[in-house]
Design a protein around this ligand. Structure first.
Ligand SMILES: [Zn+2]
Length: 200
């Protein structure tokens, strides 16, 4: 599925928050937390947290079956695989085989099934809606992204100390920053200061 309105509010554990649009739902999902030094950014603590994330637009997959602990574990493995594959692609490196295997495994499960509801003007998901299906849908989107023309537009934020990754689906394709209000403005400020100190 192709999302029409991606992006999520990200919260810095040290305070502050900003809107980050990774350009694809699967890439937004890759920024819900992580392992090791990214564990401080974890937002999926309980199975229900995953259900809440998936229920938000644009996926809007409201679980009709509660998320299990096993599904949460699978979700975190898929998230790591998407993160690793996106960074490899952004660096134009071969994709890690482990990440590829994890994405393929998740995609092999039946995905969410769309259905028209109401007067045929809005779409929902055929019940029952399970997390495993939503993970399959995310994995399939990642496969489509990596194997399609937009794979060349997968980039890491141009800021030295910012690992956020996104796909630039804008027409000019000149996006550099995770978010203008975060790294873009910091860069402008630094450039401005540098100019002021070098000018006579
Ligand atoms: Zn950034």
């Amino acid at each position: 599925m192709r999302a029409s309105a991606t992006g999520r509010m990200l919260h810095d554990p040290k305070g502050g928050s900003f809107w980050f649009d990774a350009g694809a739902v699967c890439l937004d999902f890759a920024h819900t937390g992580g392992e090791g030094r990214y564990a401080v950014f974890e937002t999926l603590h309980e199975p229900a947290d995953l259900g809440e994330w998936l229920a938000e637009p644009p996926l809007a997959a409201v679980m009709t079956v509660p998320v299990t602990a096993r599904e949460l574990t699978a979700a975190k493995a898929l998230r790591q695989a998407i993160w690793d594959a996106a960074h490899a692609q952004a660096a134009r490196h071969p994709l890690p085989t482990g990440a590829v295997a994890t994405i393929n495994r998740a995609a092999a499960a039946p995905p969410l099934v769309p259905e028209l509801v109401a007067a045929g003007t809005t779409a929902g998901w055929v019940r029952p809606v399970r997390a495993t299906q939503a993970l399959s849908t995310l994995a399939r989107e990642m496969i489509e992204l990596l194997s399609g023309p937009l794979s060349e537009r997968i980039r890491e934020c141009a800021s030295d100390d910012c690992p956020l990754v996104f796909v630039d689906s804008s027409r000019p394709g000149a996006r550099r920053w995770c978010a203008m209000e975060r790294c873009g403005n910091r860069h402008k400020l630094r450039a401005h200061r540098a100019r002021r100190t070098t000018e006579p």
